[in-house]
Design a protein around this ligand. Structure first.
Ligand SMILES: Nc1ncnc2c1ncn2[C@@H]1O[C@H](COP(=O)(O)OP(=O)(O)OP(=O)(O)O)[C@@H](O)[C@H]1O
Length: 282
């Protein structure tokens, strides 16, 4: 009897697991999401769906709510109303979601090594009070190898370049075994080779089935390197392919006068975001 009960239970949880990972079910489903800070609304009635394996750029002017959106998806911040479902459940319920903050909000003088930071990705699995086991060390070494940082494992984080800092955070997300990665402005301050290195790495991770959402300001980069764009300015302005999203109407709705739009003879739009002076909503 007990054995039958156990078999039924295992079968039930397997069914639960399969339906939670149904490819037709969105990995991220935002439903009427509103976030109010004391200063006012950062997000208002935002709804959208993102599917497994997508690489989505979240774009919009300063203060559009991009970081706020990532924090809600990661479960760090509770929405004022509406909700986020990750495979139909609460953030963290079915899969691990990794949030990589902007590099500017990290105290890089903190005396830790690259290895230590990547090991922090294991804390959710091993708990704060237990020591990492052999498997945890193996996973951390593999994560460092996948981002090409094995040689810098014992280096202090203060001694990394911008591109290396970003790859270290990706290694931490890999050590977390995250299936959804939210990267907040990872390209800011990177030179072109580092940008390209990071793009190649994101493409590889996407090829492995990891879903990636990246916030960024460079609309040309977003259009060239991402399959779908989510254009935000407190409300959702548009979501779709770069061709669908980047048109004069949507860009004016998001950026107002903070954007140079030049129409080339080819019909392409050349975009320049002049918003990075702390401007606000259109
Ligand atoms: N903790 C907070 N308390 C109060 N207001 C906040 C807080 N965090 C963000 N805001 C405000 O909410 C709005 C959205 O901020 P958010 O950082 O999400 O935008 P963003 O699109 O990521 O901006 P940026 O591109 O400049 O990083 C802004 O007006 C910001 O000032």
């Amino acid at each position: 009897m007990a054995l039958m009960r156990e078999i039924r239970q295992v079968r039930w949880s397997l069914n639960g697991y399969q339906s939670a990972h149904d490819t037709r079910q969105p990995i991220v489903h935002a439903i009427d999401l509103t976030v109010m800070y004391e200063s006012g609304p950062a997000l208002e009635r935002v709804s959208f769906e993102i599917y497994k394996g997508e690489r989505v750029a979240v774009v919009g002017p300063n203060g559009a709510g991009k970081s706020t959106l990532f924090k809600v998806i990661a479960g760090i911040l509770q929405p004022t109303s509406g909700r986020i479902e990750i495979y139909g459940g609460a953030p963290g319920e079915h899969i691990c979601v990794a949030y990589v903050p902007q590099r500017s909000v990290v105290d890089w003088r903190f005396p830790v090594t690259v290895y230590d930071v990547v090991m922090m990705g294991r804390v959710g699995r091993i708990g704060l009070l237990r020591r990492p086991g052999r498997d945890d060390h193996r996973i951390v070494r593999q994560a460092l190898e996948r981002v090409g940082l094995s040689d810098l494992a014992s280096r202090q984080i203060a001694q990394l370049s911008g591109g290396q800092q970003q790859r270290m955070f990706l290694a931490r997300a890999l050590a977390q075994e995250a299936e959804l990665m939210l990267l907040d402005e990872p390209f800011t301050g990177l030179d072109l080779p580092s940008q390209n290195e990071l793009l190649a790495l994101l493409e590889r991770l996407q090829g492995e089935g990891i879903t990636i959402m990246v916030s960024l300001h460079d609309l040309n980069l977003a259009a060239q390197q991402f399959t779908r764009l989510l254009l935000l300015n407190r409300t959702l302005i548009a979501l779709g392919t770069p061709q669908d999203v980047l048109n004069t109407q949507t860009l004016l709705a998001a950026y107002g006068g903070h954007l140079h739009i030049v129409s080339e003879p080819t019909g392409n739009l050349v975009l320049g975001d002049t918003c990075c002076d702390g401007g606000g909503h259109a």
